[in-house]
Design a protein around this ligand. Structure first.
Ligand code: SAM
Length: 336
């Protein structure tokens, strides 16, 4: 009996704090076609070189190893994942891995109109779309000059393709979009989207600089409660959002509060960057390099052992509040 129990846990990924890892955020490129001011600096060009990108076969191999150790969910992210060529091929490969039963994608939706139907066909079930403003001029200011309309077209195409749920991720920022929450609630209610508000995080110089627009979501929630009857709710997805539902409607609003109420104790994830580096925490600098191992011809069993070894490095929590200057890489490296 003991033997069976041991074998069961042996094959799972448990970190030093007893947290079980069952979710991977997979960044397929660090490139992005937007320049949101809180994420990437204007004119930034220092992206990973293609030789350093994991190939689709390499990514599949790592994800298969993870799946054999209990990982069931994978989210593709970036940079902007839809700028990586032939992304649907990769999704098809991941969808075929036994054990992976939830494939999702985070996107800025600028290219979504073209991809939505293929994404759905190749195995993506649900998507998150970043959208901080519904006002074209403001959207352009936030994103470094991009147009809003392709994003709206992408969202409608996603809806038509049957991707569900569609969650809108809105970074709440004082003096930037804090007069727009009700409009965003109305937009999401109209289209059947879920709204998720996010606090700005001090990731990279851009994120640190954006701290001057920091808005506590506790305040935002209080502001929304004056206007809407919010009742506690839940939503599947494995993420850290705390949900409320607008009473009398299906609209759910999620609050992601890494700074005012962090959720590290329930962290269930690690992140793999496009260049094959495993990041054990978004708010810390603990990493483990997989690419050299993959290219040196490591066996599948050795790979699994290495993944377990990497997990021993996972820190207890981020230090965004007490050491906001700690993370110098930009958010586009890991995709949130
Ligand atoms: N391009 C994809 C997208 O737009 O969803 C994936 C990558 S993007 C970096 C992931 C999310 O991180 C977006 O919702 C973006 O708004 C958010 N983000 C970027 N920098 C941030 C920061 N400093 N604080 C909070 N959220 C940030």
């Amino acid at each position: 009996m003991n033997k069976i129990q041991n074998k069961t846990t042996e094959n799972k990924l448990i970190d030093p704090f007893g947290r079980r890892i069952e979710y991977i955020r997979l960044s397929v490129t660090d490139k992005c076609n937007l320049r949101c001011f809180y994420c990437l600096p204007k004119g930034f060009k220092d992206f990973d070189v293609p030789d350093d990108w994991l190939t689709f076969d390499e990514i599949e191999r790592v994800m298969r190893a993870f799946a054999e150790m209990g990982v069931a969910r994978v989210r593709l992210t970036g940079g902007e994942p839809l700028v990586r060529k032939n992304i649907s091929q990769l999704i098809g490969k991941l969808d075929a891995i036994p054990g992976i039963n939830d494939l999702s994608l985070s996107t800025n939706a600028t290219l979504l109109a073209k991809h939505a139907s293929d994404l759905k066909k190749s195995g993506i079930s649900r998507i998150n779309v970043s959208l901080d403003s519904l006002r074209p001029e403001r959207f352009a200011e936030i994103t470094g000059g991009s147009s809003l309309q392709p994003v709206i077209d992408g969202l409608m195409a996603a809806k038509d393709a049957g991707l569900t749920p569609i969650k809108i991720n809105m970074v709440a920022m004082k003096g930037i979009n804090d007069d727009e929450f009700e409009e965003m609630v109305a937009f999401c209610a109209e289209h059947g989207f879920t709204l998720r508000m996010i606090e700005t995080m001090p990731v990279g110089s851009t994120g640190q600089e954006a701290g001057k627009h920091f808005l506590s979501l506790q305040e935002v929630k209080t502001q929304l409660e004056k206007r809407f009857d919010l009742i506690p709710s839940v939503m599947s997805g494995g993420g850290p959002a705390r949900y409320m539902r607008v009473n009398g409607t299906d609209l759910k609003i999620g609050f992601i509060t890494p700074l005012t109420q962090h959720f590290c104790e329930t962290c269930n994830r690690v992140r793999l960057s496009a260049d094959g580096t495993l990041y054990l925490c978004m708010g810390q600098n603990h990493t483990y390099e997989l690419r050299p191992l993959l290219r040196q011809g490591i066996s599948d069993n050795e790979l699994k052992e290495k993944l377990k070894e990497a997990l021993t490095l996972k820190p207890k929590e981020h230090h965004f509040n007490d050491e906001p200057g700690k993370v110098v890489r930009f958010m586009s490296k890991l995709g949130g």
